[in-house]
Write a protein that binds this ligand. Structure first.
Ligand code: ARG
Length: 470
């Protein structure tokens, strides 16, 4: 099969070159974008008088037929034809003859692939935006139901201070909220139309780039043809968004693994979201959380790969840029599955609230509250810190928790301690008396839940804008 660009060649490419050069095995997933872009381009060519109406009609009908064939799984992709663009164009020309050869007027694969990738990215933003919202809603639901579920909060993985399960969930909500904001940035950078840049320097034909942009729901067009075909910033931004998102997912996944262990016992995963061991019959493993943690690696890998591909690349198009796809597509698939499975795992897990409460009653995580109690009685904080440190050491020696010390024992260290200390030391009161904004106090968490619900309403407005403009 002669190549579409074969004019100046005397030989066919070697099979090794075909194998090395081809991207069809993975860029065929761009077929919808490629065909939609070609239809818009052909429509513009007709409007501008660059091709005839009849040719335009044949082209559009042929492209629609090809679309149907691909969707029905009846299209045969060929490696010899390198990529999705040439596979479709070659078939079109086979089907409709000379008119097919007019489609590529004032177009190069350089701006064609850039267009496909921009369009595909916009679809990805809309799809992942929706999944991210689903996850946020699940987290918010868990938070709203657990504003008074007391548990230990950790620093250095040591019991630090009593918090609520809602507070922990709301911290994750904030992370995913920032991820959504980053996704908005990706949309902005993807929503620029590169077609018409052609191979590098535009065209002498009277094309109408604004018309194509409108047809394809782009809000802007690239103002520099060289930038249009060589810009992959939007992919880098997407991969950065994805890496940070997966970092958040992996932190949550790690906590789930910990909480699900016998040692913590704060949650139990649903049987449908856990797996067994082939040898140890008693095992119920959090493989899904582990995989979510583990898959973070391949997402970071794709970001590093893309940064490296782009580094030092001279303008404008170079074949290196074809390497922008596999990692990116893999990240898209990874995020789609990860967000879905994580949401369902959270929705189905059981909280063992008694265990959480018990844990927080059998530790020294109320020590800071004792120190602040003394501060309220006029003791300088540094002094109070020392007093409580000594009291804790004494209690450990006695095999008691703070709430179990007698008033006399307290007073050996600080004369200021009175009977009301016992109420102060109860973990639920520790949480209830946090009055600084942003602390785990029940009322704060409740109002955060409400604020975040409002935020999701706003995010859904973006989402429907994306869905209508991709
Ligand atoms: N498959 C190519 C890619 O993904 C399409 C653009 C090829 N352009 C070229 N001049 N060889 O980048």
């Amino acid at each position: 099969m002669p190549k579409l660009w074969g004019g100046r060649f005397t030989k066919e490419t070697s099979e090794w070159v075909d194998a090395y050069n081809a991207s069809i095995s993975y860029d065929k997933r761009l077929y919808r974008e490629d065909i939609r872009g070609s239809i818009a381009h052909a429509t513009m060519l007709v409007r501008q008088g660059i091709i005839t109406k009849e040719d335009g009609k044949k082209i559009v009908a042929g492209l629609k037929e090809i679309l149907q064939k691909i969707e029905d799984g009846k299209f045969e992709f060929s490696q010899k034809l390198e990529d999705i663009h040439m596979n479709i164009e070659a078939r079109l020309t086979e089907m409709i003859g000379a008119a097919g050869g007019r489609l590529h007027s004032a177009r190069s694969r350089n701006d064609q692939v850039a267009l496909d990738m921009h369009m595909y990215m916009k679809r990805v933003v809309a799809e992942l935006g929706e999944l991210l919202i689903f996850l946020e809603e699940e987290i918010l639901d868990l938070a709203a139901k657990n504003c008074d579920t007391i548990m230990p909060g950790y620093t250095h993985l040591q019991r630090a201070q009593p918090i609520t399960f809602a507070h922990n969930m709301l911290a994750y909500f904030n992370m995913f909220k920032r991820d959504f904001e980053r996704l908005q940035g990706v949309w902005q950078r993807a929503d620029i139309m590169p077609l018409g840049a052609c191979a590098i320097a535009g065209s002498t034909l009277p094309i109408d780039r604004q018309f194509v942009a409108k047809e394809l729901n782009f809000s802007d067009i690239y103002s520099n043809s060289m930038d249009a075909i060589s810009d992959r910033d939007y992919i880098l931004e997407f991969l950065s968004f994805a890496s940070i998102l997966m970092m958040h997912v992996s932190r949550m996944a790690e906590e789930i693994c910990l909480w699900n262990s016998t040692e913590f016992g704060f949650i139990e995963l649903d049987d449908a979201y856990a797996t067994g061991s082939s040898m140890m019959p008693q095992k119920k493993n959090p493989d899904i959380a582990e995989l979510a943690r583990g898959k973070t690696g391949r997402v970071y890998g794709a970001l590093m790969q893309m940064l490296t591909v782009l580094k030092g690349l001279p303008l404008a198009y170079n074949k290196d840029l074809q390497e922008d796809k596999e990692g990116f597509f893999d990240v898209v698939d990874t995020l789609q599955l990860t967000l879905t499975v994580l949401k369902n795992m959270l929705a189905t897990m059981t909280l063992k609230k008694d265990r959480m409460k018990e844990a927080v009653c059998h530790d020294f995580s109320n020590a800071t509250d004792l120190a602040e109690y003394l501060v309220k009685k006029g003791v300088p904080f540094r002094k109070a810190h020392e007093i409580v440190g000594k009291t804790v050491a004494y209690a450990i020696e006695q095999g008691k928790y703070l709430g179990e010390l007698t008033l006399d024992e307290f007073r050996n260290y600080a004369a200021e301690v009175e009977k009301d200390v016992y109420e102060v030391l109860k973990p639920e009161n520790c949480v209830a008396s946090r009055i600084s904004f942003g602390s785990p106090k029940v009322e704060f968490n409740r109002s955060q839940c409400d604020t975040n619900k409002q935020l999701i309403v706003k995010q859904k407005e973006f989402l429907s804008f994306w869905q209508n403009n991709m």
